[in-house]
Design a protein around this ligand. Structure first.
Ligand SMILES: O=C(O)C1=C[C@@H](OP(=O)(O)O)[C@@H](O)[C@H](O)C1
Ligand SMILES: C=C(OP(=O)(O)O)C(=O)O
Length: 446
């Protein structure tokens, strides 16, 4: 098969001629948008999502729910056609839940949220739902969801792969009950089971059995959003047993929800302020959030910046110096590529720990970061659960991205400080941030 020209295209990463000084309106959170879509589809009354993210992952989620019979009406006001046009700035989605129907086909792309959150929803449909996706989706772990759903009463045909492609034979309802799951490879196994659980006959009790559990803030996001639509959820934090979550069956409310900006997608812009000694303002940064990107305030401060959270948003300022860090990123794994890029430009070494599960993300991120930074002259080694990064003078070259949006934005950060970096397939940022190239050049005043 001939390679897709978009995948081999090279984007000259802009080099910063001085400190950046910009306000960047970051589109909505992928994780919040996709949870909100699922919860709205399972509700017993219509709901609204305002300022939803329109990106590949969220359009796949919306498309899949529509395939199951849910109506999602989009309203795009003409005044929203800033920063990339209506394609990327959908104003509001009205979700009208209906009975969930099969037969249907779901394309998960390479979206972890779609491949994990929707099989439990599909058990509630009244017919077979076929799941398929990008080649990489076949390699990403799904066995925790498949095994758990079977034990809760579902019929799933995966030809013993424990992975995609597969068919969930929806029976119109699911028993639910207590189930153990090893979610050490992805927190999304737990989130997936909790999100649909109010609609299971007995709700669910999920008991995580693995040695580690990544991305806890994302599980808290699931719990908070469930509670906001009226679900009763018991958690380890609310006095329950460690690693056990319980959801009571019950109807879900339709909600009018404004989606927060995606703080993980704010990362490259904050990193730009850090590595150029400039200033970036991100409007609407939430005062309280479960998004893991909020940890950037602390991590990027340790790496040399400073921040002020105002009513308007986050003001982040670089000092002109960038320092290495020794940090456990297990709770905030999706921030690793951007932190690794900054660390490669720092004045001292870094150790990034707690992220072995990144080998199972969009690509093997530990291998990809090591290879690509080293090919620009860097000195990165993989450890069992992370990276050691010893900064060195880097040179230009091609930064391969492996169809991983966060590899592309990591390469762009390096390109600010290193002349001649070319990003392969920058279009892969469409997974969560289709506007990235325009926002990036806009930030640089180009
Ligand atoms: O639930 C979510 O929205 C997510 C959970 C995390 O997944 P893992 O726990 O698989 O890392 C995160 O990395 C991903 O980007 C989004
Ligand atoms: C790991 C990520 O995505 P996914 O939701 O596909 O797991 C990510 O966005 O960094």
């Amino acid at each position: 098969m001939a390679p897709n020209p978009a995948h081999t295209a090279l984007w000259p990463a802009p080099h910063a001629s001085g400190p950046v000084d910009a306000t960047v309106h970051v589109p909505g959170s992928k994780s919040v948008t996709n949870r909100a879509l699922v919860l709205a589809a399972l509700a017993s009354e219509p709901g609204w999502l305002r300022r939803p993210l329109r990106s590949r992952d969220t359009l796949l989620m919306a498309g899949a729910l529509r395939a199951l019979g849910v109506e999602i009406e989009e309203t795009v006001s003409s005044s929203s056609s800033v920063a990339g046009g209506p394609e990327s700035t959908g104003e509001a989605w009205r979700v009208l839940p209906t009975g969930l129907h099969g037969p249907a086909t779901v394309d998960v792309g390479n979206a972890g949220t779609v491949m994990r959150f929707l099989p439990p929803v599909a058990t509630l449909a009244d017919g077979p739902v076929r799941f398929d996706g990008d080649p990489r989706s076949y390699e990403r772990p799904l066995n925790g969801v498949i095994d758990a759903l079977r034990r809760l009463g579902a019929r799933i045909d995966d030809e013993d792969r424990g992975a995609l492609p597969m068919t969930v034979h929806g029976g119109g309802a699911l028993d639910g009950g207590t189930v153990s799951v090893d979610a050490s490879s992805s927190s999304q196994f737990v989130s997936a089971l909790l999100l649909s659980a109010p609609r299971f006959n007995q709700g669910v009790e999920v008991r995580h059995t693995g040695a580690t559990l990544p991305s806890l803030p994302h599980i808290r996001m699931t719990v908070d959003m469930l509670r906001a639509v009226g679900a009763q959820v018991d958690t380890p934090e609310s006095g329950g047993e460690p690693n056990v979550w319980r959801v009571t069956p019950g109807a879900l409310l339709g909600r009018d929800l404004t989606i927060e900006p995606d703080l993980s997608n704010a990362q490259p812009f904050l990193a730009a302020a850090l590595v150029t000694g400039g200033k970036v303002v991100v409007p609407d940064w939430p005062a309280r959030t479960t998004q893991p990107g909020d940890r950037l305030r602390e991590i990027f401060t340790e790496m040399g910046g400073s921040c002020e959270l105002t009513e308007y948003g986050l003001v982040f300022t670089g000092s002109g110096s960038v320092h290495g860090v020794d940090v456990d990123l297990g709770e905030v794994g999706e921030l690793t590529p951007g932190i690794a890029a900054v660390a490669a430009l720092a004045d001292s070494p870094s150790t990034l720990r707690g992220v072995a599960h990144l080998r199972l993300h969009e690509t093997d991120r530990l291998a990809a970061l090591t290879k690509e930074i080293n090919e620009l002259g860097g000195d990165v080694t993989e450890t069992a659960d992370g990276l050691h990064i010893r900064p060195r003078r880097l040179h230009g070259g091609i930064f391969h991205t492996y169809e991983d949006h966060r590899m592309a934005t990591a390469g762009a950060i390096i390109g600010l400080a290193v002349e001649g970096v070319q990003i392969e397939n920058v279009a892969t940022t469409a997974k969560t941030l289709p506007d990235f190239p325009d926002l990036w050049t806009g930030m640089l005043g180009a």
